[in-house]
Design a protein around this ligand. Structure first.
Ligand code: C2O
Length: 534
């Protein structure tokens, strides 16, 4: 098979994507980061250089949704699959594109990806889908004007009003404009510690350029929608057009049509859009978040981009109409609509694990997110995967890691199928993501699961699932990928606050880890003088 090579340098930068200059951390000085493209079955090799200085930080890149079957050490999770890449050091990831469709890569160190370390992944599969033009990734995100690290430290502080934090803006493919006199601009300073506040020189320029897309009249276009945000659920639409959904996360689905696409953080939806409107006109593409706290947002926002038809004048803008306010129930996926086009049936008699999400405080009064009353802290100096693969000797997985409650390890032993019944007892909703697997979504609702299933013949499958406030979801995965895999909320601030467990499966069958793999990151990291991580 072919190997696709990429060379990524991660470094600090200041950019102004919406008219407001902010501190960022970028891949090859681009935002969003460069696209990774491969054909199904190709190998992908990415050399990552950590050039983050002033101040220095560790890093690690995760390839969201990739199974990493046979290469679990390439999953990019500090504490699970590697030590962080120390400043000034490099690390090479190599893994196979086992699934096809749309996804993204992002830093998995602290909430660093919300500082800018994220880009699209497009894996081209069988060309059975019915479209003329692939327009590629349409990246949707919320956007904060202050450095990510100050937000992280604030939201794990003691002030409940900072949970959830509000974003300043939304972006489509890294662009939008910003009204420099809007209240949210002032609000953003609430996230700055007083020392930071005085050190930052705010600049804001009106009418920053929007992303532009070209439609060919009469043709059908594929758009690959990705929510790479920190927190907000995105509602995406194009004025005057409807969508045919063909894929959800990395799972092709039986096509269905809709006018609005809902994406929680980490989720992807591939849609087809036929340019069957006025060939001389242009139309707004929009993404919004709701004003409901179910979405982790405290005020409504909107990002715009412009779609130009073949004979439209690209120097003009469409007439603007106000968006309709999205419903507060912001992330109820139309589960019955998501029918995988390749049917799979979950194994019978899975091992059942109940998980309850809660928000608590630690001994110093700071907020921590909990699962079954326990918060998670990463073991950056000794990744769990290496210990699990090393067997039961002193200082390993069995004898130490599983006894440390902060590592939140759920070891499912030799079970071949696991059912997770997740109940949300927190004041906000959460998009939960499992590494190394697609899971079945067997049930979802409000209250407590009564044991009934949505229909088990061909349940929907994906890698990231929304759990509403006061709600539950029932997920099942086949334990066919031996390893230690994070299962976590993808809201960046919640993950930093510990809303995660580690799912260990069939650890005695983990493929032998190539000699020297652990040392490549851990020796450098041990020698590096850390600042506090959150
Ligand atoms: Cu997209 Cu654990 O990550």
């Amino acid at each position: 098979n072919v190997t696709r090579h990429y060379d990524f340098t991660i470094s600090r930068s200041q950019i102004s994507v919406d008219g407001v200059l902010r501190d960022t951390i970028l891949v090859n000085d681009q935002f969003p980061g460069p696209a990774i493209e491969a054909n199904w079955g190709d190998w992908i090799e990415v050399v990552v250089h950590n050039n983050i200085t002033a101040p220095e930080e560790g890093t690690a890149l995760h390839w969201h949704g990739m199974l990493q079957r046979g290469t679990p050490w390439a999953d990019g999770t500090p504490g699970d699959a590697q030590c962080p890449i120390a400043p000034g050091k490099s690390y090479t990831y190599r893994y196979q594109a086992e699934l096809y469709g749309t996804s993204w890569y992002h830093a998995h160190y602290s909430a660093q990806y919300t500082g800018g370390v994220a880009g699209p992944m497009q894996i081209y599969g069988p060309s059975s889908q019915d479209y003329d033009i692939d327009l590629g990734a349409v990246m949707l995100t919320d956007w904060n004007h202050v450095p990510y690290f100050s937000i992280v430290t604030d939201v794990v502080g003691t002030d409940f009003s900072k949970i959830p934090p509000r974003s300043d803006n939304l972006l489509i493919n890294g662009r939008n404009s910003f009204n420099c006199s809007t209240p949210s601009y002032d609000n953003s300073t609430e996230w700055l510690g007083s020392n930071l506040k005085s050190s930052i020189n705010w600049t804001c320029v009106e009418d920053a350029p929007l992303s532009k897309f070209q439609f060919q009249t009469g043709k059908t276009h594929r758009l690959r929608l990705i929510n790479h945000g920190a927190d907000g659920v995105q509602k995406f639409s194009i004025d005057g057009h409807s969508f045919t959904v063909i894929s959800v996360d990395y799972v092709p689905v039986v096509p269905y049509t809709t006018n609005t696409i809902t994406l929680a953080v980490g989720q992807r939806t591939d849609v087809l859009v036929t340019a069957n409107n006025n060939s001389a006109k242009s139309y707004y593409m929009r993404t919004t978040t709701t004003g409901g706290d179910a979405c982790g947002q405290s005020s409504a926002k909107e990002a715009l981009a412009v779609v130009y038809y073949s004979s439209a004048d690209t120097s003009t803008f469409p007439a603007y109409t106000s968006p309709t306010t999205p419903a507060k129930d912001c992330a109820s996926d139309p589960l019955p609509s998501l029918v995988p086009s390749y049917p799979l049936k979950p194994s019978s008699n899975p091992y059942q694990q109940d998980l309850t999400l809660s928000l608590g405080r630690n001994s110093t009064g700071n907020f921590e997110w909990q699962i079954n009353s326990q918060t998670y802290r990463a073991n950056f100096n000794e990744p769990l995967l290496y210990d699990a693969a090393a067997g039961n000797t002193s200082n390993t997985f069995e004898t130490q890691d599983k006894k440390n409650p902060l590592f939140n390890i759920f070891d499912f032993g030799s079970n071949s199928s696991v059912l997770l019944n997740v109940t949300n007892n927190t004041p906000v909703g959460h998009p939960f993501h499992l590494h190394g697997h697609n899971f079945y979504v067997l049930a979802s609702g409000h209250g407590v699961w009564d044991g009934s299933l949505l229909g088990s013949a061909n349940p929907s499958r994906r890698d990231t699932q929304w759990i509403d406030v006061g709600g539950y979801v029932v997920l099942q995965f086949e334990a066919d990928n031996p390893g230690v895999w994070p299962f976590h909320c993808h809201v960046a601030w919640h993950l930093s606050g510990g809303l995660a467990i580690n799912v260990a499966t069939r650890t005695d069958e983990i493929v032998p880890i190539p000699k020297g793999t652990r040392e490549q990151t851990c020796v450098d990291w041990d020698a590096y003088t850390k600042r506090d991580e959150v």
